[in-house]
Design a protein around this ligand. Structure first.
Ligand SMILES: Nc1ncnc2c1ncn2[C@@H]1O[C@H](COP(=O)(O)OP(=O)(O)O)[C@@H](O)[C@H]1O
Ligand SMILES: [Mg+2]
Length: 253
């Protein structure tokens, strides 16, 4: 990791009031109870890691928060306002955006067109699209060089940068990142994690889903470990890292 990661944690973060508060969230897929009474708080200005093995329910938590799938909760509030039952577009407009697992860029569209898709939700966003695009290019200079290239022809790392860049076009206060390092070469993974830290330093709150537990605990302030759809452990990232034996937390062994 380069020098950005050295400074990692944002001083103000731990004391921030919750930007996202999830209270007793449940998700069912038919008979499968995939998320069980999960409560998570994401303080303003923080990076919160959501960890756990494959199938633990991480993606389901994120997609339920975004209104992509039916869920129930005692409370689901963003920026002090209930978002339960809102449509995804309304949630995005209120300032929360998901960069999905597997990147999901539009392969047949160019880099520029993909970015435009992320910044089209409101007239105000469209008016600021040029400025926002410049901000994305400042973070990811490679995207500027590939502006008119089809997204499908980019490397995996570049596609991940584009997917995050597309999310940033909607000016999120809170960015939900689902496994941004998955399938990327180690040096690219470092770049992505550095970028997450940089984004956080420039004011974006982050809920980070990862399999890469060690690095995630290094860059996050607090963390939650899901196991079988339930929160198996939570606390400050430093404390969880200090406990070691993450496999035990993941698998209950
Ligand atoms: N569309 C779906 N239909 C049925 N079961 C699903 C669906 N999506 C996820 N699941 C199940 O829900 C559980 C949690 O999945 P997921 O949220 O994707 O976990 P993670 O992101 O931690 O790997 C798993 O048991 C998975 O098989
Ligand atoms: Mg997942």
């Amino acid at each position: 990791m380069n020098d950005l990661s050295g400074a990692t944690k944002v001083d103000t973060a731990a004391s921030g009031k919750p930007l996202l508060a999830i209270r007793n969230l449940n998700v069912h897929y038919g008979p499968v109870h995939a998320v069980r009474r999960v409560s998570i708080e994401v303080p303003e200005q923080s990076i919160v890691a959501l960890l756990g093995a494959n199938g633990a329910g991480k993606t389901s938590v994120l997609t339920a928060c975004m209104g992509f799938l039916p869920s129930t909760a005692e409370g689901l509030t963003f920026a002090g306002r209930s978002i339960a039952g809102l449509r995804t577009e309304e949630i995005v407009r209120s300032g929360m955006t998901l960069t999905p697992e597997g990147r999901r860029v539009f392969p047949g569209l160019t880099v520029a067109e993909n970015l435009a898709m992320g910044g089209g939700a409101t007239a105000a966003l469209r008016a600021r699209a040029k400025v926002n695009r410049e901000r994305v290019f400042d973070l990811f200079p490679r995207l500027r060089e590939r502006l008119n290239q089809k997204a499908g022809s980019l490397s995996g790392g570049e596609q991940q940068m584009l997917a995050i860049g597309r999310s940033l076009m909607s000016e999120p206060k809170l960015l939900l990142l689902d496994e941004p390092s998955l399938g990327l070469a180690p040096n690219i993974v470092d770049q992505i994690f550095d970028l997450i830290v940089l984004l956080n330093k420039t004011g974006t709150t982050i809920l980070l889903v990862e399999q890469n537990a060690e690095v995630s605990l290094d860059i996050s302030h607090t963390a939650f470990v899901l196991r079988g759809g339930e929160v198996a452990a939570s606390g400050s990232s430093a404390e969880l890292r200090g406990r070691g034996n993450l496999d035990g937390l993941y698998f209950g062994i």
